[in-house]
Design a protein around this ligand. Structure first.
Ligand SMILES: Cc1ncc(C[n+]2csc(CCOP(=O)(O)OP(=O)(O)O)c2C)c(N)n1
Length: 329
């Protein structure tokens, strides 16, 4: 069904380009009215964590998913939200804090919830792992074949929730994929200063199959994800996928990144998965420059529409401040 033919490769490219272009635009808008830098000002107040450089992990995995499958993302989750098919207008309105947003403007960019496509994310590092177990348990109880994807960074893999969740997922053979986006950093702390051993090796201790994949090549992510998803769907339990990606921007926007060497930036740029995939598609005559331009224009128009929708929407009224904040019973 999901044969990697030219059509599928182009679909993958379109998703990756959409993520990249969307984040470039959101990244620009973020700085509007923020000079000198004031995090509270502008159309997008608060922190903003962009996923540029991490498009392959989201596109390569989510292209295999069904609407019923759950993706539980991180604080850096625009890539997975877009790849899972979250409504871009309502997502953008949420990022802008507008009342038309996914959570009526109360969640912001780190808390995007779209039950219509089973997507959620959170600013609590390591929270995705146990939440995915819940989905996995529900799937088993209901005797269904939907699965859950828990996304975490390499920093999140050092949280206790990761170890606890691996244990239960293995014990109960849950249909969960633990997808670790290893970008080598947790804020300003390099992975080699915080993380013992290999993340993949931790899975082995629980008898969970694991694969470490180079995220600069989306086709590798596509293939490994397919194997893990088929396993989970057919009742053979969890898999850990560690995807080595590059964080092309700061931890958050406005991060001066004084802790990062030029060499580290240069290596990250040389592994840009979007540029790598463009070269592949051109070299193999799957797309030419003109066709790529047409895809870029299509994507731009979707993004423009979403941004215009968000800009034109109203802020929630102060009267609604306490609405939908607590569970009403
Ligand atoms: C439970 C918890 N502890 C600490 C933080 C503060 N914090 C926010 S992002 C972050 C680093 C996360 O690193 P990683 O998981 O590698 O993800 P990345 O930012 O690299 O995508 C930390 C420590 C938090 N949000 N939640």
């Amino acid at each position: 069904m999901n044969e990697l033919n030219n059509e599928k490769l182009i679909e993958l490219y379109e998703i990756m380009l959409k993520i990249r272009k969307y984040e470039e635009r959101i990244g620009e808008i973020y700085y509007e009215e923020k000079k000198p830098f004031d995090i509270a000002k502008g159309p997008i107040p608060g922190e903003l964590h962009l996923s540029s450089g991490q498009e392959s992990s989201a596109a390569g995995l989510c292209i295999h998913l069904k609407k019923e499958d759950a993706v539980i993302g991180t604080h850096r989750a625009h890539n997975f939200a877009i790849a899972k098919g979250v409504d871009l207008k309502r997502m953008t309105a949420e990022i802008f804090g507008k009342s038309t947003g996914l959570s009526n403007g109360k969640g912001g960019h780190m808390h995007l919830f779209d039950p219509s496509v089973n997507f959620s994310c959170s600013g609590i590092v390591g929270a995705s792992f146990p939440q995915a177990l819940g989905v996995g348990i529900a799937s088993k109880f209901e005797n269904k074949d939907y699965i859950a994807i828990a996304v975490g960074g390499d920093g999140a893999a050092n949280q206790g929730t990761f170890a606890e969740s691996l244990n239960l997922a293995a014990l109960w053979s849950l249909p969960v994929i633990f997808l670790i986006e290893n970008n080598g950093w947790a804020i300003s702390v390099a992975k080699n200063k915080s993380t013992a051993g290999n993340i993949c090796d931790r899975a082995k201790a629980y008898g969970i199959p694991a694969e470490c994949i180079d995220g600069e090549n989306v086709i590798d992510v596509y293939k490994s994800s397919k194997t893990a998803i088929d396993r989970a769907r057919r009742g053979f339990g969890p898999t850990v996928l560690e995807i080595k990606v590059s964080r092309l921007r700061g931890h958050f926007e406005g991060d001066p990144q004084i802790y990062r060497s030029q060499e580290d930036f240069d290596i990250a740029k040389s592994k840009d998965p979007v540029l790598k995939f463009e070269s592949y598609l051109l070299k193999n005559n799957i797309l030419n420059h003109q066709q790529m331009q047409a895809i870029a224009e299509k994507v731009d128009s979707i993004i423009n529409e979403a941004i215009e929708f968000a800009r034109k929407s109203d802020y929630p009224s102060p009267n609604e401040a306490l609405e939908n904040v607590f569970y009403g019973g």
